[in-house]
Design a protein around this ligand. Structure first.
Ligand code: URA
Length: 423
């Protein structure tokens, strides 16, 4: 097989054969295809796209590059959720124990954050003692005992994607629907879940800025999952403005605890319940206990406490807080008609909640409290945001990001949070 032939085939807009795909992914993973050759092939895919059968085979080849977990021996069905990433998106935290409390097992392999959207593991790591590294045997045990586990993906799962994603990150080839879909789905299929619900974010704070491209990404991922025997459904959900009233690691854990205690912001509760119902239905548990009830009767909180303790965390320990805070006050009066998710995400990242490079640490206490959400009234001089950071030198750059992020006055048009369902 000749790698140059493969690059030229895609460069000229032709379809790659199954053999070509299997060979190039395997040879690249083993180091036989050079980084520059894979970069050229990725760029050709960005421009030329892939057919359904190509993207399915590409995913299959990445899946075959590593191990695949198997939880079919559990006495309850497995179901999971993946979000394409948003600002203030802490939904995994209340969702996983809620679904576990309703009778399913949730084996969730998660990531750390890079750039303006936070990572679920970074949030959970703000809980004293909690550890993200869990072996497959331990995952199995926690799933059997507690019903939910959120942990780091081991290096043995889809190693081809690990290498390919690092290359795409530095060669301008992340933004391609077939490459994003195959990357996400190779990891989710490797995790061994029987059902999967995809939360595909649309809007200013998301990868996909418009509904058409979000729908295409959702369709591509749902097709891959279905073709691999995993019952897969996607919800397109709004990410123009942050979810909830907190952005930042420990701040988002605190807000998730409010939801698990039966309160919390309406948008976080709505999305948690909508995704939980989809996950249960996809797992064949549509008639089981309702997730809204699990949030109110204490059973979701009970599952959370057991999940945290199973991974070494102390559910009663106080969460870290930032050393310094600063308030940002409203400059005018009226209804907040816009609050841009991307700008808020960048501001939280500048305060220390996120990382610029993979190896950077994050601050557990850093982030932003949002005192006013779109559609709510504010008066000049009222607090709009509280900034939290360990380093007061970071406040100024965060304020720069927030300066143009909101509009007070003007027309406010409420938008539904769940925009569309794809199956
Ligand atoms: N997340 C992934 O895991 N892969 C991508 O390509 C993009 C987002």
């Amino acid at each position: 097989m000749d790698v140059i032939d493969i690059i030229v085939t895609k460069r000229d807009g032709k379809e790659l054969s199954n053999d070509q795909i299997d060979w190039v992914i395997d040879a690249y993973t083993r180091g036989e295809v050079a980084e520059e050759q894979m970069a050229a092939l990725n760029m050709a895919i960005v421009w030329r796209g892939m057919s359904r059968s190509e993207v399915g085979r590409w995913t299959e080849a990445m899946l075959a590059s590593g191990e695949r977990l198997d939880f079919s021996g559990l006495d309850r069905p497995t179901t999971d959720k993946h979000s394409t990433g948003g600002v203030g998106d802490k939904i995994t935290l209340p969702l996983t124990p809620t679904v576990a409390a309703c009778g399913a097992a949730v084996p969730q392999l998660s990531g750390r954050g890079l750039g303006h959207t936070g990572g679920t593991l970074d949030k959970l790591e703000s809980i004293p003692g909690w550890r993200a590294e869990v072996s497959p045997a331990e995952m199995q045990r926690i799933l059997a005992d507690v019903g939910g586990v959120v942990c780091a993906a081991g290096t043995g799962l889809a190693p081809a994607d690990r290498k390919l994603y690092a290359l795409r990150d530095v060669t301008g080839t992340v933004e391609s629907i077939p490459l994003i879909a195959s990357s996400i789905m190779s990891k989710k299929l490797a995790e061994g879940t029987g059902a999967l619900v995809l939360d595909v974010k649309v809007g200013a704070g998301a990868f996909m800025k418009d509904r058409e491209s979000a729908r295409e990404l959702a369709r591509t991922m749902v097709d891959i999952g279905t073709d691999h025997g995993v019952r897969t459904v996607a919800l397109l959900t709004a990410m123009d403005t942050p979810l909830g009233r907190t952005v930042g690691n420990a701040l988002e854990v605190t807000e998730s605890l409010e939801v698990l205690a039966g309160g919390g912001p309406a948008d976080v509760v709505e999305l948690t319940v909508a995704l939980a119902r989809e996950m249960l239905a996809a797992a064949g548990l549509a008639g089981a206990k309702d997730p809204a009830e699990a949030l109110h009767d204490g059973s979701a909180m009970d599952s959370w406490r057991r999940m945290v303790a199973a991974q070494g965390g102390d559910p009663d320990a106080p969460l870290p807080v930032a050393a310094r805070t600063r308030e940002v006050l409203a400059s005018g009066s009226g209804v907040l008609s816009r609050l841009d998710a991307h700008a808020v995400g960048v501001a939280a990242w500048r305060l220390g909640a996120g990382r610029a490079r993979k190896e950077d640490p994050v601050s557990a206490g850093a982030g932003i409290t949002l005192h006013v959400k779109p559609g709510e009234e504010v008066r000049a001089g009222d607090p709009l945001f509280t900034l939290h950071s360990d380093d007061p030198d970071r406040f100024e750059r965060a304020e720069e990001s927030l300066a143009g992020s909101y509009t007070i006055g003007g027309a406010y048009t409420p938008r539904p949070l769940v925009i569309e369902r794809v199956e």
